[in-house]
Design a protein around this ligand. Structure first.
Ligand SMILES: Nc1ncnc2c1ncn2[C@@H]1O[C@H](COP(=O)(O)OP(=O)(O)OP(=O)(O)O)[C@@H](O)[C@H]1O
Length: 239
């Protein structure tokens, strides 16, 4: 996927300023940057839910991407079960009546199992813990079987098991050919990605291999701090 001079925002408030980036296919790309740097807006613009003011997102596929929003953005009050939440991932495949096929049901079960939430299928989404809910939203994203999966901070505030489940599920879908792009504050997760885009103030500061993009000089430039790795706290310091 190629993002070419993409500008987008909300009304008159321009957030992204001519973003240009190359997102490698069937790989994991991490979008990093300080709070308010435009990570969610970029994901939204790529997904088409935030309209582009100018520029373009070029993809080979005509199929829309799957977007997994931050769990805080998911409506807790909806009387919807975990299974129904994951099933929504199949709606785009099923037209207005949304009658699920046997294949759809098998995909929904597989996605719940992959995230370790099969036992929660009948529970109400709003009654789950934050980590459980996040896993349900990732399962919904996987159930869409899109070739581009966009995730907004899927790892924030999760325990190690939930993080590992999500990470394993994403690795699996990448091996099957899906392109994954996730926004994160977790530098360790960003370093594990294949590609990294660093944003500040709605602009791309650096793009490329995580080891280069997240080098101490960039971190210092963007956050005003130098993190040299060992002896400087855990690699996964959340910024
Ligand atoms: N729905 C909205 N309406 C108006 N402005 C918005 C909206 N969503 C975000 N913004 C503004 O756009 C800018 C970028 O926000 P965005 O959520 O894209 O940043 P972010 O890098 O994802 O931040 P964070 O790390 O805090 O999640 C901020 O100034 C924010 O206030």
């Amino acid at each position: 996927m190629a993002i070419d001079r993409l500008s987008a925002g909300y009304g008159r408030h321009r957030v992204l300023c001519a973003i240009t980036a190359r997102i490698p296919a069937a790989r994991v790309t991490a979008i990093v940057g300080p709070n308010g740097s435009g990570k969610s807006t970029l994901l939204g613009a790529v997904a088409g839910v935030v309209p582009a003011a100018s520029g373009a997102v070029r993809r080979r596929s005509a199929v829309g991407p799957a977007l997994v929003v931050q769990r805080s953005a998911a409506a807790d009050a909806l009387p919807i079960s975990v299974r129904e939440t994951v099933a929504m991932g199949r709606w785009a495949h099923r037209g207005p009546w949304r009658r699920l096929t046997r294949d759809d049901r098998a995909i929904i079960d597989t996605c719940m199992d992959r995230l370790g939430i099969g036992h929660l299928a009948a529970r109400r989404l709003g009654a789950l813990s934050g980590g459980e809910r996040q896993r349900a939203l990732v399962a919904q994203g996987l159930a869409q079987q899109a070739d581009l999966l966009l995730l907004d901070e899927p790892d924030t505030g999760l325990d190690i098991e939930a993080q590992q489940r999500i990470s394993d599920a994403l690795d699996h879908t990448v091996r099957k050919g899906t392109t994954v792009v996730h926004a994160t504050h977790d530098l360790a997760a960003a370093r594990r990605a294949d590609h990294c885009v660093l944003l500040a103030g709605g602009c791309v500061v650096a793009e490329g291999a995580p080891s280069e993009v997240l080098a101490p000089a960039s971190l210092e430039r963007v956050w005003g701090i130098a993190r040299t790795g060992e002896g400087d706290g855990p690699d996964g310091t959340v910024l």
